[in-house]
Design a protein around this ligand. Structure first.
Ligand code: XUL
Ligand code: CO
Length: 437
């Protein structure tokens, strides 16, 4: 096989003082931070869709990406060749995982059976490359949004045939994920939402979506797939309203339909922004419910209101993300998956390396800073002290469920008023964070 990146050798850790663009300044895979290697904390994954299928097209213009290895055809052999290129890239980068949608890796055929055969033919190459390199599949997923048959959605389509097609696609994608030893499987609700409520039976659509996910849970069991299922929240785009709008909405949906034991959340930064939340907010909502599974690590542009899927380079963002992730015990089945694309103007292959190196370094710094803040202990201690009134006396009684309204009235009648609160000290805490940045 001809090398796709002949001038690039394996990316090495060179340390913070290095000025070499194709080297890590902070991500040192074997370095131990808070008891684990950086590799095991961060579990970086490269996405197939943006990195190997992204063309750079936008609503105003055609693709710009220079991808000399790609013959531009929709053939299986081009897809197989692309798989070799993908693994050359991931291996040189030193990321331990990758993720795909079924349609990123292999082309659709004229019939479902031909499409399934195409996927098998490319999966064979993926499997061989995984074996050759040791790179693993973090999660697979099915693209249930690009094809016009999903114009009204997939699991929530008004057309039962579209639902059936989606089910067939999920079945196959689960089988291939299982065959490739995938550690998880993600459901992002593509077009599961509405453009107008005038034509929408919301109750029926949500019920159908839950049925589809229950079928997936049953099939997972049937084939012995042990990977973790994830739901990925996103509030809008492509629809006006997506049912999986944010972490809280996803958790509520999963609880309402008895799906929560089978799912965790895959939280994406840019989706949090679109929902009007911070990434840390979404991680805390998921973490508090015991459902923090994995992250799609990207960022939006604060001045643009859409899903720009940029690589994360903001150290505050990665620090706050890692603070929450460490707090909830770290990523176990999931990872830091770069659902991010290079800008349309960054069209050379080398830009893919700059982008991923930058994202990995930003998260490595976030991890080191968050671990230092944790080790320092002042932040956690402040929060603990802030709630000290709950550790004994009336607070402990309320928490234990042993207080009634009557008890509390009697308590307050005797005491007279609230003991003055102490300051929230936000500015002090912001300064404390800055000591470590
Ligand atoms: C779309 C998005 C998807 C999911 C996987 O905004 O984030 O790429 O991550 O379907
Ligand atoms: Co995503």
């Amino acid at each position: 096989m001809k090398s796709a990146f002949p001038n690039i050798t394996k990316i090495q850790y060179a340390g913070p003082q290095s000025r070499e663009p194709l080297a890590f300044k902070h991500y040192n895979a074997d370095e131990i931070v808070a008891g684990k290697t950086m590799r095991d904390h961060l579990r970086f994954a490269v996405v197939y869709w943006h990195t190997f299928r992204g063309t750079g097209s936008d609503p105003f213009g055609a693709g710009t990406m220079q991808r000399p290895w790609d013959d531009g055809s929709n053939s299986v052999s081009n897809a197989q060749n692309r798989a070799h290129v993908a693994f050359e890239f991931i291996e040189k980068l030193g990321a331990p995982y990758y993720c795909w949608h079924d349609r990123d890796v292999a082309p659709e055929g004229k019939t479902l059976s031909e499409t399934n055969k195409n996927l098998d033919a490319v999966a064979k190459v993926l499997k061989a490359e995984q074996k050759r390199t040791g790179i693993k599949l973090l999660w697979g997923t099915a693209n249930l949004f690009s094809n016009p048959r999903f114009v009204h959605g997939a699991g929530t389509s008004s057309n039962a045939d579209a639902f059936a097609f989606a089910a067939a696609q999920i079945k196959k994608a689960l089988e291939v994920t299982h065959e490739l030893g995938g550690e998880g499987y993600t459901f992002w609700g593509g077009r599961e939402g509405y453009m107008t409520l005038l034509n929408t039976d919301m109750k029926r659509e949500l019920d159908h979506l839950a049925k589809l996910l229950h079928m997936a849970v049953a099939y997972k069991k049937q084939i012995g797939f042990k990977g973790q299922f994830y739901i990925e929240p996103k509030p809008k785009e492509p629809t006006k309203h997506q049912y999986d709008s944010d972490a809280a909405a996803c958790l509520n949906f999963l609880r309402e339909f008895d799906l929560l034991p089978h799912f965790k959340l895959n939280i994406e930064t840019n989706h949090a922004t679109l929902a009007g939340h911070s990434m840390q907010h979404e991680l805390e909502v998921a973490g508090a419910a015991g459902a923090l599974g994995s992250i799609d690590a990207n960022t939006g542009d604060e001045l643009l209101g859409w899903d720009t899927d940029q690589f994360p380079t903001n150290i505050y963002l990665t620090t706050y993300s890692m603070l929450s992730i460490l707090k909830y015990g770290g990523l176990t089945t999931g990872g830091v998956n770069f659902d991010a694309k290079v800008r349309r103007e960054s069209f050379e292959p080398v830009d893919l390396f700059h982008a991923h190196i930058g994202g990995m370094d930003a998260f490595a710094r976030g991890l080191k800073i968050a671990a230092a803040i944790q080790q320092d202990g002042r932040l956690a201690e402040f929060v603990k002290q802030r709630y000290a009134s709950w550790d004994s006396g009336i607070g402990a009684k309320i928490e234990a469920g042993k207080a009634t309204l009557k008890d509390l009235e009697a308590y307050m009648l005797k005491k007279g008023d609230v003991t003055p609160n102490v300051s929230g000290r936000q500015e002090f805490l912001e300064n404390l964070i800055n000591e470590f940045i």
